[in-house]
Write a protein that binds this ligand. Structure first.
Ligand code: KG4
Ligand code: ZN
Length: 349
């Protein structure tokens, strides 16, 4: 059994966890965080200067809550070193390096995005996931597709595509702001979209489809046919243009309309994410498709991707679809950093 104490401070969560691995299963023994979301909410996004200061103020409190005595019992320290906000990363790196020196433990420097990829192993057996796997990591700060192969107990990671502008989560946040919603906006957009869907289902049940005017619809942006890159800023602009048009025409932004826009926007983003994932899986011969990162907490993305892999184009491939076992493992957290630290220690990465 090996244990690591993991630290994640790349953005707006000061998260520390203890993760263990028995050669097969990755367990989360502890996971605690100070979430800065309420501190950034009034600015509508993460303020790097404030994030860095709060990490410095809170990290020892989080460590204290985990328990100083626990540090003696772990084998290694794992810490996010890149990518992320430099002023935030430096706090975790300094604390991680200090603990490693003070307690004489090896220090593993972890790539945050690799953390999202291998968050899929949290509270799973390593053999629960069949490789090769294509993974979509969709968050507020990044949006990528990776092809992961395993050979003789070693993982190989190939980068297939990235966002050319905004990440999907960033777009959820910006559209939420345009519609008067909170930061971060992903969960709120999902809730508004669900309200619209419930209404749609009621109309269908009552045979009242004729009263739906379909005033709102957004173009899906796939870029070139074979491209695994993403572009979401155009999606955001479509919402902005629509809102300007409504304003010019004196159309009030009622709650019903907000819900309809949220629904159509979510449908467009989810369709692009899921189709690119499935197409990459098809092209690269993946056995598993994975979704991770904050946006993987979106229920509609999960539902859509599940429907898609049953479509005639993909059904014979028998893809397994996986996401993190809990929503807290989708968003930024130290547990996923611990998994990568352990894989590095075990020379699996
Ligand atoms: O992975 P994460 O915690 O941080 C980054 O590494 O960026 O992701 C945060 C992002 C935010 O943009 C948030 O709006 C989005 O993930 N998000 C969601 C949902 N939950 C969080 N987006 C869509 N649906 C959700 N349920
Ligand atoms: Zn992240």
């Amino acid at each position: 059994m090996i244990k690591t104490l993991a630290i994640e401070t790349s953005c707006d969560d000061t998260s520390i966890g203890i993760i263990s691995f028995d050669g097969d299963h990755f367990s989360v023994d502890q996971l605690l965080a100070y979430s800065q979301v309420p501190d950034h909410q009034k600015y509508g996004g993460v303020m790097p200067e404030i994030a860095s200061r709060l990490h410095s103020e809170k990290i020892l409190g989080v460590l204290h809550a985990v328990g100083w005595g626990e540090i003696e019992n772990v084998d290694t320290i794992s810490v996010t070193t890149h990518p992320g906000l430099p002023g935030s990363l430096v706090v975790g790196k300094a604390v991680g390096a200090t603990l490693a020196k003070r307690y004489n433990k090896p220090l593993y420097e972890v790539n945050h995005i690799y953390g999202h990829i291998f968050s899929l192993l949290l509270e799973r057996n390593k053999t629960d996931i069949e490789f090769p796997m294509v993974v979509l990591t969709a968050s507020g700060g990044h949006n990528d597709l990776y092809f992961i192969t395993e050979d003789q107990n070693k993982f190989h990671i190939e980068h297939l595509g990235k966002t050319l502008d905004d990440a999907a989560g960033e777009c959820f946040d910006k559209v939420s702001r345009m519609l008067g919603g909170p930061y971060p906006g992903g969960v709120w957009i999902g809730e508004m979209a669900q309200k619209h869907k419930t209404k749609l289902l009621e109309y269908v049940e009552c045979n009242k489809c004729d009263i739906l005017d379909n005033a709102v619809s957004f173009k899906r942006i796939f870029l070139a046919k074979e491209s695994f890159d993403f572009s979401f800023s155009g999606m955001k602009s479509q919402v902005s243009i629509l809102l300007k048009n409504f304003e010019q025409q004196n159309i009030a932004l009622t709650e019903d309309l907000i819900c309809e826009i949220a629904y159509e926007f979510q449908e467009s983003v989810v369709e692009v994410l899921a189709k690119k994932l499935a197409r990459a899986g098809l092209k690269y011969g993946a056995k598993t498709l994975g979704i991770s990162g904050g946006v993987s907490a979106n229920d509609r993305l999960w539902e859509y991707a599940n429907g898609l892999i049953k479509h005639k184009n993909y059904i014979n491939l028998n893809f397994s679809l996986v996401k993190p076992t809990k929503k807290i493992y989708s968003t930024d957290n130290a547990a996923m950093i611990g998994v990568v630290g352990i894989l590095q220690q075990e020379h699996m990465l």
